[in-house]
Design a protein around this ligand. Structure first.
Ligand SMILES: Cc1cc2nc3c(=O)[nH]c(=O)nc-3n(C[C@H](O)[C@H](O)[C@H](O)COP(=O)(O)O)c2cc1C
Length: 189
């Protein structure tokens, strides 16, 4: 296979606000989720959880958590801001919340467990994109909100939201974005 055919050399995210939020067929969601938990994981500790948010739950989280928390933190917000916050998750057909949930271990550092959560996010994203879906990895402000973490079943003492993987349908192909200069990043020892 020539390098130009390689999926990873063309893979690109689609902004959540540019995707169509029709449902994601369940059989495709199952494939994406199976790929998401098929990641390197030192000690097979599975130090992550995925919460699948679809259908009416997207609206419920938007209104009961995101909008409500935003209002608390921004009492002077204008109408436009409130509208944006009231439909964050509803930009997608499905949102996969990845929660990093490290465990106590005598040898394996927590850092490695956190990295493995990033791998879950990236596998979910890449798998969805390989199937032609529009997908984006976002944290935005509400990934750092305690009410959100609690609502998703996270343990406030140790868990963290690694990301929300937004899944939708493409309305158009995304443009390429600026990519790093390999010479500034990669060198041979
Ligand atoms: C952990 C993490 C959090 C991110 N959070 C945001 C965010 O809150 N808002 C945003 O505009 N982009 C965010 N991004 C960047 C988007 O995912 C963006 O679509 C991505 O960098 C595009 O890369 P690609 O075209 O190579 O897929 C985040 C990326 C990562 C890895």
């Amino acid at each position: 296979m020539g390098t130009s055919d390689n999926f990873y050399l063309k893979r690109r995210s689609v902004l959540a606000r540019m995707m169509s939020n029709k449902d994601i067929p369940e059989k495709d969601l199952e494939i994406i989720l199976a790929a998401g938990i098929r990641v390197p994981d030192h000690g097979a500790l599975n130090p992550w959880k995925i919460k699948v948010i679809v259908g009416e739950k997207l609206k419920i989280v938007d209104e009961e958590i995101i909008l409500s928390e935003f209002k608390k933190q921004n009492p002077d917000a204008d109408q436009l801001q409130l509208e944006t916050e009231s439909r964050r998750l509803q930009r997608a057909g499905a949102v996969l919340a990845v929660i990093s949930s490290p465990v106590e271990h005598p040898k394996i550092p927590e850092w490695e467990m956190r990295l493995s959560s990033g791998a879950v996010c990236m596998n979910l994203l890449s798998c969805a994109q390989s199937m032609g879906y529009a997908a984006q990895w976002l944290t935005e402000w509400y990934a750092y909100n305690e009410k959100m973490l609690e609502y998703l079943g996270g343990d406030l003492k140790k868990d963290q939201i690694a990301g929300f993987i937004y899944l939708g349908h493409k309305k158009e192909e995304p443009n390429e974005r600026r990519r790093p200069d390999p010479q500034k990043i990669i060198s041979y020892l």
